[in-house]
Design a protein around this ligand. Structure first.
Ligand code: ZN
Length: 393
């Protein structure tokens, strides 16, 4: 799971130990009343650590819990995420609730996927749609003025907290959150990938953030609101996504959005690979064969799928990475096979042995399995009529 990225060096300190103790007691709690008290104490301590830039304590506590108490780990991780992505702030002397949201989208293209600054017109239209369909009346909405690749997003709890605070301040002032394009590193080039727009929603304390939470509004209005938003925003984002095929996911809180994006990207990447082979090399799904294998470092990290023309068991034209995200190997393999069948790819080989988690030294591309049982670099088919946009070596 993405959360694993947050577990870094274990710097045990008194604060980390206290966080651990409180999280263990919360996990053992048998009542709502007990939950509330532990959660309040944890939230106080987490907010204090985040405000002081001491999120290494949180990482250290999670690191310890990950080893010996899975439930307490989940409790602490949930609260740490919540504290990083939301806050209470004062606007004109009145307390407000603030939440950092992300709008995930899945895109693929033979060309470079967009990342970085977004035009004012698109940002204005996006804000209009967020306000019209998702936000409750009176909610202040502020959008960051860039579209982010996963590696460009704030990463640690401390970074998310700091980013969220700036976004909330922008919302309080009715401004956009300005992103310095120089602060965004060049994203890794992928055929299919996720992109994110980030927004702050700020409401008077205790008041609804979302349209369907308002008194007198049917809570089931959420479905129609998300649908209407999705339709409008697909048009609004067209200029940003020229040359891409894309799918929008529902905007949700920052950390949940990242998990949704990671999970949905897996099937989308397979779909993109099959469509790419048809578009670029005129290879129909029915003429393809796919190979599935598990890739491990210390443990199995991900499944990888090699896809190429049937009849050639040595070479692979396109590769897809399918991270496990908490699933087990067998379930993932079944899911991949089902997704391939759905796409019309019926020739599938699954290798029982595991491969080392390797990437190409030159281009960083993941090495993928071929039907013959080796792990290989993708290569163009010999009779490919058109050149793909990605440089090959
Ligand atoms: Zn390479």
């Amino acid at each position: 799971m993405r959360r694993n990225r947050f577990i870094s060096r274990a710097r045990q300190s008194a604060d980390a130990a206290t966080l651990g103790k409180l999280a263990r007691r919360l996990a053992e709690s048998s009542s709502r009343l007990e939950d509330d008290l532990w959660q309040r104490r944890l939230t106080e301590l987490l907010n204090d650590r985040l405000a002081r830039g001491a999120d290494a304590d949180i990482d250290a506590a999670l690191d310890q819990l990950a080893r010996d108490d899975g439930r307490a780990y989940e409790e602490l991780a949930d609260l740490a995420e919540a504290c990083a992505e939301s806050a209470t702030l004062d606007i004109d002397g009145a307390p407000h609730d603030a939440l950092l949201l992300a709008l995930p989208l899945l895109a693929w293209s033979r060309y470079k996927l967009p990342a970085g600054p977004v035009s004012s017109a698109v940002l204005d239209n996006t804000t209009t749609q967020l306000t019209a369909h998702l936000a409750a009346r009176g909610v202040r909405v502020a959008l960051a003025d860039a579209i982010f690749a996963i590696d460009q997003l704030p990463d640690s709890f401390g970074e998310v907290h700091e980013f969220a605070q700036r976004a909330f301040a922008a919302a309080a002032e009715g401004q956009r959150l300005k992103i310095d394009p120089k602060s965004l590193r060049e994203p890794v080039a992928m055929l299919a990938d996720t992109r994110y727009l980030l927004a702050a929603f700020v409401a008077p304390q205790g008041q609804p953030l979302f349209h369907w939470q308002q008194p007198g509004v049917d809570p089931d209005a959420k479905t129609a609101a998300l649908e209407a938003f999705g339709e409008q925003i697909a048009n609004v984002l067209k200029p940003v996504l020229t040359g891409c095929r894309y799918r929008l996911l529902a905007p949700v809180a920052f950390h949940a959005a990242l998990r949704d994006g990671d999970r949905e990207l897996r099937g989308f990447s397979l779909e993109a690979a099959v469509a790419f082979l048809k578009l670029t090399f005129n290879l129909e799904a029915s003429s393809l064969q796919a190979t599935i294998a598990a890739y491990e470092d210390k443990r199995v990290e991900e499944m990888r799928v090699g896809i190429g023309p049937a009849g050639n068991d040595d070479s692979v034209v396109e590769g897809v990475v399918w991270p496990l995200l908490g699933d087990d190997e067998e379930a993932a393999q079944e899911e991949i096979e089902a997704a391939l069948r759905q796409l019309g790819v019926t020739r599938v080989t699954a290798h029982a042995h595991r491969f080392p988690l390797e990437y190409c030294d030159d281009c960083g591309a993941p090495i993928v399995p071929n039907p013959a049982g080796h792990s290989v670099h993708t290569e163009q088919p010999e009779d490919g009529e058109e050149q793909p946009a990605a440089p090959l070596h």
